[in-house]
Design a protein around this ligand. Structure first.
Ligand SMILES: [Zn+2]
Length: 292
């Protein structure tokens, strides 16, 4: 899968946990041999202005954070456009879902998701969009900016029971959206702040989103929001990517820690080969795997 990424995201641009040293490296370490990276390009100010006031943009500039926040927004735009034809993940920070048009909090500055979705809409690439925000925290900024629009449905699952959580996500996913965007915050993981979802649950949600987008003939993409336990963040991102790629089956546990990568890769290769054989039997429509 294509992952949108930029070396500048490694920079610890402020003192909040989203900007912590080592957070991006923790993800890169796990995914680097299994994805293809595409460099992020900063969003045009015009695209940011579609979702934020001049006042707010000026305040982000005053904090010295415009460049990194515009780069994150640009990465989200690239993931959304790529997502129209193949699933894509944007490994970006600062996150965005607590950014409203005129203010922001919760480690966010520009609303990466709404900037991306509204650009797709302005350019006539979509009629309907669905945003699944599975971050631990309610994405108030996204709702403030796009919640009253007539073309976007936003779902923040409220459940604290993982089975109900997944059931409701599956039930809420539309079969008529041209794009499904995931605000992928991993802070609701069992070993993160929220303590609800397992790594497998992220893989499962990836699979559900891909299945829903196939049904509607639309696309899908995901962008990083929260997720603060560096020890598990990488495996959770990888699980979501695997789900979106429809790799592995329910209950598969890929071994992703560094020392065990070889075993994990061998296992994954076997499964991929099996899937490839099955796909070949079925003929065209075979998903493109874009691994390095
Ligand atoms: Zn969060």
């Amino acid at each position: 899968m294509n992952v949108i990424w930029h070396e500048d995201f490694k920079e610890s641009y402020c003192s909040d946990p989203a900007a912590a040293f080592g957070r991006m490296e923790a993800v890169i370490d796990v995914i680097q041999d299994r994805v293809a990276f595409t460099p992020a390009i900063p969003a045009d100010e015009e695209d940011i202005r579609a979702c934020h006031t001049e006042n707010h943009i000026a305040s982000v500039k005053r904090q010295g954070l415009y460049d990194i926040a515009a780069l994150a927004a640009g990465g989200a735009i690239q993931a959304a456009f790529t997502g129209l034809s193949q699933p894509c993940f944007a490994l970006i920070r600062p996150p965005g879902h607590h950014a409203s048009s005129d203010r922001a909090w919760g480690f966010c500055f520009f609303n990466n998701m709404t900037i991306a979705i509204s650009k797709l809409k302005r350019e006539g690439r979509i009629r309907k969009a669905f945003i699944l925000d599975f971050d631990l925290h309610f994405g108030d900024g996204t709702v403030n900016i796009l919640g009253r629009s007539d073309y976007v449905t936003i779902y923040n699952p409220p459940e604290s029971d993982p089975n109900a959580y997944l059931r409701n996500v599956e039930a809420m996913l539309p079969d008529d959206a041209d794009i499904i965007g995931i605000s992928a915050g991993f802070d609701n993981h069992l070993e993160d702040w929220g303590g609800v979802l397992s790594t497998d649950d992220y893989r499962e949600m990836g699979r559900m989103v891909r299945a829903a987008s196939r049904k509607s003939g639309g696309g899908c993409f995901a962008i990083l929001e929260g997720g603060y336990n560096h020890r598990v963040l990488g495996q959770n991102v990888m699980a979501l990517i695997e789900g979106l790629e429809e790799n592995g089956r329910k209950g598969d546990r890929f071994i992703l820690y560094r020392g065990q990568l070889t075993a994990g890769r061998k296992f994954e290769r076997e499964i991929s080969e099996k899937l490839d054989r099955r796909m070949e039997l079925r003929g065209p429509g075979r998903p493109k795997r874009n691994k390095k």
